[in-house]
Design a protein around this ligand. Structure first.
Ligand code: TXA
Ligand code: MG
Length: 347
């Protein structure tokens, strides 16, 4: 399927990079084409259980550079290498500690990325020149089959840099049409937020980005983990210093409904078109104001968060998101993304 044809631009070199024909094929139908594109050194978008990724042969420097171009990603932000099974990690990392195997037994394949010392054979462009490498085994069968049939894939989330991560092929198309030849459509991502990133090169394993595999789950597997629930500004995960996951219109987090409604009325009186993004149980109490429901549970909130932000930025000019207390578990990971989307702004 092709959603739209591209119009050529005057600049020929640029035109080639941003005006290619973008095909969206089901993950089954597009499989062979995806394998062949990757083997030829091109980039392909593929589904994972967390968010969609834009992948290239991790050992092909030129191919990996295309990812940075397509996303508009800063060169100093390293990529995750996706492999198909724990035994494949040896070719990517120079040493693999026992902790890795303890985690692998419990959480892999799954939404957990581990940072290990980098193998010299891996091109520096993948790790942005750093001596460590982030590695993950995706739970999505589509992703693992693609890796098995081609090679380890260096892949960030398949959004334009600084935008919200994509959880459907349509989201990817909205961001990357014309910039990538093939998007494999595997339906909606199950989890909905990016993987937990855990650094195993520190004395105590350290969570650099919270995700669906929580601090409690990791501590249970390893005995200890360092997590302050707030990784913003931690330079060891360079990506965290950028305003990630942000919608295109301003967003704030409201910790109580009265404040949310007061803010809604206030910005509306100034000519904004606001929307409340909240769990369904608030719906009956907002008096017919614009409302996007996140479902009824924290898991549903996580699954729907990015899609709701993308929907909201298309129709409204101001987003008010529901915040909640988060001391442990998946609530910490979810509030991390909600606050990032709002650039830390709370009511
Ligand atoms: O769920 C996910 O992790 C998705 C799917 C596609 O696998 N990928 C993803 O990639 O979210 P990306 O590039 O959007 O986010 C990776 C994060 C960035 O914040 C990056 O800075 C950090 O991981 N990272 C990558 N390599 C690292 C390293 N060697 N040390 C510390 N942080 C690293
Ligand atoms: Mg990303």
């Amino acid at each position: 399927m092709v959603y739209l044809e591209q119009k050529p631009t005057a600049n020929k070199k640029l035109s080639k990079k941003i005006n290619m024909r973008t095909k969206v094929l089901s993950a089954e139908k597009g499989f062979k084409r995806a394998v062949s594109l990757i083997k030829k050194g091109d980039i392909v978008v593929f589904p994972t259980e967390t968010v969609y990724g834009i992948g290239a042969d991790a050992f092909n420097e030129k191919a990996v550079k295309k990812i940075f171009e397509a996303k508009g990603r800063p060169q100093d932000n390293p990529l995750i290498v996706h492999v198909s099974s724990p035994d494949k990690v040896k070719g990517i990392a120079s040493s693999v500690p026992e902790e890795f195997y303890l985690l692998a037994a419990k959480f892999m394949p799954g939404p957990l990325t581990v940072v290990l010392p980098k193998s010299l054979s891996l091109p520096d462009v993948v790790t942005a020149g750093g001596k460590t490498v982030a590695i993950r085994i995706p739970a999505s069968d589509y992703a693992r089959k693609l890796i098995e049939a081609s090679c380890p894939l260096a892949a960030p989330s398949a959004n334009r840099s600084k935008h919200v991560s994509p959880t459907s092929a349509r989201h990817v198309y909205d961001d990357l049409q014309g910039r990538v030849k093939l998007i494999l459509d595997g339906g909606e991502c199950d989890v909905g937020i990016e993987s937990t990133v855990l650094d195993l090169t520190t004395d105590i394993p350290t969570i650099l980005r919270p995700g669906a595999i929580t601090a409690e789950m990791i501590a249970d597997a390893l005995g200890q983990v360092s997590s302050n629930g707030n990784v913003i500004g931690v330079a060891k995960s360079p990506g965290m210093k950028y305003t990630h996951y942000a919608p295109k219109v301003p967003a704030v987090v409201a910790y109580d409904l009265d404040k949310a409604i007061a803010e809604y009325n206030h910005v509306r009186s100034k000519g904004e078109k606001p929307v409340l993004i909240m769990l369904e149980d608030a719906h009956a109490n907002v008096g017919g104001r614009n409302f996007i429901s996140l479902g009824s549970t924290l898991e549903e909130y996580m699954h729907n968060l990015y899609a709701s932000l993308r929907e909201a930025e298309k129709q409204y000019t101001y987003i008010i998101m529901q915040g909640f207390e988060s001391k442990e578990g998946v609530a910490v990971s979810l509030m991390n993304r909600v606050l990032k989307a709002a650039g830390g702004k709370t009511l």
